[in-house]
Design a protein around this ligand. Structure first.
Ligand SMILES: C[S@@+](CC[C@H](N)C(=O)[O-])C[C@H]1O[C@@H](n2cnc3c(N)ncnc32)[C@H](O)[C@@H]1O
Length: 426
């Protein structure tokens, strides 16, 4: 059988660990890992390969099947090339469609929105010509998604095998204010080198993303075991391997439930509301006995004697001292509305900066005093964090949380990690 070509996007910064994860999946399924590109990895395999990656990858955002690639000069070429493809083999005009187009800055286009419309029109025209009907467009919950990717010289068309993005595992009902995407959390766990034998603690766990991902990894639960995928709706996709793949995932899940292994995974948060959300998510993810406590991270203690790994994404740019803010004393005499608004904003910003500085200094002190021997990984968009924590970062890894450029700082909490100079405030 000729090999199919796939591209799987992932959060930027995680490409190398995603390629490692694909190599692990390749031990169970025919899969050859190809080039690593910014924001994703190419691979080849059989129809079952995409099913296995959808089911088992914790880091991929989706899995795209390459339909065709050709050089182009303008939007008309893109239209003609898209129209030539036998879309009617893959889906019907009764199924709803969404088209996404990504064009590099170097792409030879006047307007990428216009190019996306041309791709959509070409697919609809093709289906009408071949079947007599045009599919409806549904941008929210389409049955079928087509992705077009354009660089300076070539247009590549992909058919999505995933559907809803893979970070949606199917367990999250209760969201925090700023939940981390599950695939970013899983990628950070892998970057940290954590393994289930080592204690893991998220002291600002929010809705529980890190602890749930870690617990599922420890129990060998497939991230996609509880959801559906777009390939299930494609007409000519060979799904013969799907029942066996799913059955193996269910068997692993049932075995994990029977043995009820004790996990070395701990989560806490200052907010009782967030812990209620985390608990609800844990239960929906099939995890029941995890250690979750209401604790202020500034005064936390190590949950185990054996040193382990701390992973957290602390709040940033908001009031962190949520339980003890100073009351405002102010006169409202003879102020215009705008003056009052400006003064309020300035006041809020100063209070936030001050509370943040106090919070991170206290957090750094607690890590130094109570977590000797641990490694802490902190994800933040604030590059001055090591300075605020008065800790030396042993490593800083650039990562993207959606469009936000972040750093994953690693702190090795051994004696002498106190930050002496200001050289690390990059
Ligand atoms: C950016 S959110 C973490 C999101 C989390 N990773 C998730 O996926 O839902 C930051 C969390 O820090 C918590 N937090 C704020 N101040 C805290 C403190 N002093 N001690 C512990 N947790 C705190 C907030 O309640 C919030 O849940």
């Amino acid at each position: 059988m000729p090999s199919l070509e796939f591209f799987a996007p992932c959060p930027r910064g995680l490409e190398a660990v995603f390629a490692d994860e694909l190599r692990e999946i390749a031990l169970q399924t025919p899969l050859t890992v190809g080039a690593v590109a910014p924001g994703g990895v190419y691979f080849t395999g059989e129809p079952a390969t995409a099913m296995a990656v959808n089911l088992h990858s914790r880091i991929a955002s989706r899995v795209l099947l390459k339909i065709a690639r050709q050089s182009y000069h303008n939007e008309n070429d893109v239209f003609a090339f898209t129209f030539e493809q036998p879309w009617e083999d893959w889906f019907t005009a009764q199924q709803t469609l969404r088209v996404d187009l990504t064009a590099l800055k170097t792409a030879n286009l006047r307007n990428s929105n216009f190019a996306a419309l041309r791709v959509k029109d070409a697919i609809c025209d093709r289906l009408r010509k071949m079947t007599g009907a045009r599919p409806n467009i549904d941008t929210l919950t389409p049955d079928v998604r087509v992705f077009a990717f354009l660089d300076a010289t070539h247009c590549t068309l992909y058919l999505d095998t995933t559907g809803e993005a893979l970070f949606k595992r199917g367990w999250r009902l209760a969201k925090g204010a700023a939940p981390l995407r599950e695939n970013l959390a899983a990628g950070i766990l892998r970057l940290s080198g954590w393994t289930p034998a080592v204690p893991l603690y998220d002291p600002m766990c929010g809705s529980g993303t890190f602890v749930i991902e870690a617990a599922q990894i420890a129990l060998g639960l497939a991230p996609g075991g509880e959801r559906h995928f777009a390939f299930e709706k494609l007409q000519s996709y060979d799904r013969s391997a799907w029942p066996a793949l799913k059955a193996a995932a269910f068997e692993a899940r049932d075995a994990a439930r029977r043995t009820r292994r004790e996990l070395n995974i701990f989560g806490s948060d200052i907010s009782g509301d967030m812990l209620v959300k985390a608990q609800a998510n844990l239960e929906r993810a099939g995890l029941h006995d995890l250690w979750l406590k209401q604790v202020d991270a500034r005064v936390m203690a190590a949950p185990t004697e054996t040193p382990g790994v701390i992973i957290a994404n602390p709040p940033y740019g908001e009031r962190v001292d949520v339980r003890g803010s100073a009351a405002r004393a102010r006169s409202q005499d003879r102020e215009t509305h705008t003056m009052r608004q400006q003064r309020d904003e300035l006041f809020h910003r100063e209070q936030t900066d001050e509370a943040q500085e106090d919070f991170f200094r206290a957090l750094g002190d607690t890590l130094k005093q109570k977590f000797t021997g641990w490694q802490a990984f902190v994800l933040t968009s604030d590059r001055g964090l090591p300075g605020q924590m008065r800790l030396c970062a042993a490593k800083r890894t650039p990562l993207f949380n959606g469009p936000i450029e972040c750093r994953l700082f690693r702190f090795d909490l051994v004696k002498g990690s106190l930050r002496e100079s200001r050289s690390n405030q990059k």
